[in-house]
Design a binder for this molecule. Structure first.
Ligand SMILES: Cc1cc2nc3c(=O)[nH]c(=O)nc-3n(C[C@H](O)[C@H](O)[C@H](O)COP(=O)(O)OP(=O)(O)OC[C@H]3O[C@@H](n4cnc5c(N)ncnc54)[C@H](O)[C@@H]3O)c2cc1C
Length: 339
């Protein structure tokens, strides 16, 4: 039996620390409880908002409906052979703790994704990625509950239409499914390491490690992330606020003439430009407007200095988008979900 709370503050449920409230709020621990909550939203015609780890959303208003907080727990080995293991993780498990579980068991494939906040069930939605690795590289399938029919459906990796910070769940299937569990195929031996990302190589060198293990790679990634990114427990934020835009090659070449140190690399037919470079070069790094600001070490991260409203942070992001367009002719897109 689910327990519905009324007028619940969401401040501790989102890493931006925005003090919005929900008219109705329920924590769900099983599929049956999710179905019960969905029936209630149908019956009472309540708009539905799913919150998992709350690390990729900006709450710009109080939620005049029901917030479903996913609490599904469990990790199980569903199959294995000599070389690989298939591990299924429930959607409400903390992502980093799950990665640590795989490393304790010496399963390779997720080490570069250490310390990404949020929960496992959300990871496929934007195909989380860091230092050259994305979950699409190891995810085999996921189960999601269709909201209308309340029936579970299995999506294979190919069904998810993964792209850079993209999946079917941000497009054709947006707001139509509750993601329940995710399965990964991880290596048991002959691990393939991804240490080509410059900062990882340097960190391993600094530690005097020549033949790194997956655990060494994870520790290097953790150290790099801790030195660059603000901890949401200390300063509200949602990681990278904007995506790195992909622009046509000719446009990049034109910009390179004006800004010889512009940062970008080939991506498909175009060039992926570092949004952090654009924002920093436009003079926004470390700027503060009221309670909202651009982080002083990482221009891609917007921060809450204490009592910012979601609207203040949103307005700051609007100003940045307008300025970047005026200066470089590039339209920035938000990575964070605006609620
Ligand atoms: C400091 C910091 C660093 C970060 N670094 C990275 C990084 O390196 N790479 C990266 O890719 N991301 C990064 N992020 C973003 C974030 O960690 C990921 O996007 C993460 O997967 C979000 O998970 P969550 O559970 O917190 O999602 P939430 O914020 O709870 O939800 C995000 C969206 O998904 C929806 N949703 C949540 N759960 C479900 C579900 N079960 N079914 C259907 N819809 C659902 C929500 O309604 C919302 O729209 C970072 C964030 C922070 C704060």
């Amino acid at each position: 039996m689910i327990k519905i709370l009324e007028n619940q503050s969401l401040k501790t449920y989102n890493t931006f620390g925005i003090d919005a409230s929900a008219d109705f709020f329920v924590e769900v621990n099983s599929i049956e409880e999710i179905k019960e909550a969905l029936s209630l939203t149908e019956e009472k015609k309540l708009p539905l908002l799913i919150i998992n780890g709350g690390s990729n959303m900006l709450l710009t208003q109080d939620w005049k409906g029901l917030v479903l907080k996913i609490n599904l727990k469990g990790i199980e080995i569903v199959r294995e052979d000599e070389d690989f293991v298939w591990v299924k993780v429930q959607g409400g498990e903390n992502w980093h703790e799950f990665v640590q579980f795989t490393l304790r068991n010496d399963y390779g494939g997720l080490e570069n994704l250490s310390l990404i906040p949020g929960n496992a069930g959300t990871a496929p939605i934007q195909n989380i990625g860091a230092s050259g690795v994305e979950i699409k590289d190891t995810m085999t399938e996921l189960t999601a509950l269709e909201i209308v029919s309340k029936k579970p459906r299995v999506f294979t990796n190919a069904d998810c239409h993964f792209g850079y910070r993209e999946s079917i769940f941000k497009n054709e299937c947006k707001n139509q499914f509750v993601l329940l569990d995710v399965t990964f195929k991880l290596s048991k031996r002959n691990h393939v390491l991804h240490t080509e990302y410059g900062a990882i190589r340097l960190e391993l060198e600094k530690r005097g490690i020549e033949n790194p293990t997956i655990q060494d790679v994870s520790e290097a990634v953790i150290a790099i992330r801790q030195s660059k990114l603000p901890d949401p427990k200390e300063m509200g934020n949602s990681g990278s606020f904007f995506k790195n835009p992909v622009i046509p090659k000719f446009q990049f070449e034109e910009l390179e003439k004006r800004y010889p140190n512009i940062s970008g690399y080939a991506s498909g037919d175009g060039v992926k430009v570092a949004a952090g470079w654009l924002i920093e070069n436009a003079g926004w790094k470390g700027k503060r407007i009221g309670n909202a600001g651009v982080h002083e070490k990482q221009a891609l991260v917007l921060v809450n200095y204490g009592h910012a409203t979601g609207k203040e942070i949103f307005d700051l992001s609007e100003r940045i988008i307008e300025d970047i367009y005026a200066k470089y002719g590039i339209q920035l897109e938000r990575e964070v979900n605006i609620i």
